[in-house]
Design a protein around this ligand. Structure first.
Ligand code: SF4
Length: 350
C-alpha cells in the first residue's frame, strides 16, 4: 500500500494521524514543528517522538520531502534546482516520472524562490519552454513544499513566487494548501505579502483566489489586443484578458495586496506605441505595476527581444500615462533559469 505523505497536512489532519498510530495528541504539534519550523527531511529526525512512535508512523506514512537531483549555479548567484517528481497524468497514461525546476534568486538581503506547481503545462503559450513540453501532471502539496525545504537556502528564503513551471490556478487545491502551510502560524508563519502567485488568467479559479487568499497577484498579459494575444496565448479564447482585468478591478489593491502585470517583450509583435497606449487604456483605474520582461529566444518562435532602447521607450510611454512600469532585471539566463526557459527533464513513463 502506498504510504501517505505527512508534508502538507494541517494540525487537525495530523491529530488524526497521531490517533491512528497510537501517539499522544500533542505529538501532532511536534510533527508540525519538525516539518514546518525545523524543516527536517525524514521522520527519523523527529527525535522528541519516541522511537516506537516514529516506527508506528513510518508503517503508513512518509514525510514526503524530495531531495533535489540536480543543481546549476549562474554567474549572478541564481541557482536552479531540479526535482524528480511522480505525477498522475490521467487514468489512461497513469503515473509518470518527470522533473520540475525551482529557481532561487538572491538579491541583496532577499532570497526569492520561484516555485513550480505542475510538471509541464496545459496552457501552451507559444513562447514558453514549459508549455512546449505538454502537460505531465499536477504537483502534490508535498512536491510543492519540498521545493522550499530541500533547497540549500531553505532557512534564509524571504519570498516566493509561483512563477515556475505550470499554471498555479490550474492546480488550485494543492497550491492553496501549500500557501496555507506557508502562511499559517502552525506552518512556516510567512506573511502573505511575501508570496506572489502568477497566472495567465484562469478565470473561475482567479475569482476564488481573490476571495480566499491575501497573497499578491501577477498576471501574464503580454499583449493588450485580444487577437494578437490569442495568436501566442491560446488561453485568450476561453478566458479573455479583458474579462480578467474586469474581474480584478472589482477588488481592492490599494492596501497590502498588490497586482502586477507581466509583459514579455517581442520585437515587432507587442512593442510599439499602439501597444503601450492600448495597455494604458486597459489598465486605467487600476492600482498596479507593469513589469517588462526581456524575451529569451527559444527555438521555432519567430520573435526576438527588442533592443534596450525600445523597451525603455515603451516603459517611459506607460509611465507618462500613469502606469508604473519597470524593466525587470533578467536573472539566471546562463543556466536557462530565466522567465519562460524552465523545461525540466522529462523522463520515461513508469
Ligand atoms: Fe504554462 Fe505559464 Fe508557460 Fe503559459 S507561460 S505555457 S501558463 S508555464
Amino acid at each position: 500500500m502506498e504510504k501517505k505523505k505527512l508534508l502538507g497536512m494541517t494540525p487537525d489532519e495530523l491529530k488524526e494521524v497521531t490517533l491512528s498510530c497510537g501517539l499522544p495528541k500533542f505529538a501532532a504539534k511536534q510533527i508540525a514543528d519538525w516539518m514546518y519550523v525545523k524543516r527536517v527531511r525524514s521522520i527519523d529526525e523527529m527525535t522528541n517522538i519516541s522511537k516506537a512512535g516514529r516506527e508506528a508512523l513510518k508503517e503508513n506514512y512518509e514525510l514526503g520531502v524530495i531531495a533535489y537531483a540536480g543543481l546549476a549555479e549562474s554567474s549572478d548567484g541564481t541557482k536552479k534546482y531540479l526535482f524528480p517528481v511522480e505525477t498522475m497524468v490521467n487514468a489512461t497514461l497513469g503515473v509518470e516520472n518527470t522533473a520540475v525546476e525551482a529557481v532561487m534568486i538572491p538579491d541583496e538581503d532577499r532570497a526569492t524562490l520561484c516555485v513550480s506547481s505542475q510538471s509541464g503545462c496545459k496552457m501552451g503559450c507559444h513562447f514558453c519552454m514549459t508549455g512546449r513540453q505538454g502537460f505531465h501532471g499536477n504537483l502534490s502539496v508535498a512536491d510543492i513544499l519540498s521545493q522550499f525545504i530541500a533547497v540549500d537556502e531553505s532557512a534564509r528564503l524571504t519570498n516566493a513566487v509561483f512563477m515556475g513551471m505550470g499554471e498555479p490556478l490550474d492546480n488550485y487545491p494543492n497550491v492553496m494548501r501549500a500557501i496555507e502551510v506557508l502562511t499559517s502560524d502552525w506552518g512556516f508563519g510567512w506573511s502573505p505579502k511575501r508570496i506572489t502567485l502568477s497566472t495567465i488568467g484562469v478565470l473561475p479559479n482567479l475569482r476564488r483566489y481573490l476571495d480566499e487568499c491575501r497573497c499578491h497577484l501577477a498576471v501574464s498579459l503580454h499583449n493588450p489586443f485580444p487577437e494578437e494575444r490569442q495568436s501566442v496565448m491560446p488561453v485568450q479564447k476561453g478566458w479573455p484578458i479583458e474579462q480578467v482585468i474586469e474581474m480584478i478591478k472589482e477588488y481592492d489593491f490599494t492596501g497590502q495586496r498588490r497586482v502586477s502585470f507581466e509583459y514579455t517583450m517581442f520585437a515587432g509583435f507587442n512593442d510599439d506605441k499602439r501597444h503601450a497606449d492600448a495597455l494604458a487604456r486597459l489598465l486605467k483605474g487600476l492600482e498596479c505595476r507593469v513589469n517588462l520582461i526581456r524575451f529569451h529566444k527559444i527555438p521555432d518562435f519567430p520573435y526576438d527581444c527588442p533592443p534596450q532602447a525600445v523597451m525603455e521607450a515603451f516603459r517611459d510611454r506607460l509611465n507618462r500615462q500613469g502606469v508604473t512600469t519597470t524593466i525587470r532585471a533578467s536573472r539566471g539566463e546562463d543556466i536557462l533559469a530565466a522567465c519562460g526557459m524552465l523545461a525540466g527533464q522529462h523522463n520515461s513513463k513508469k
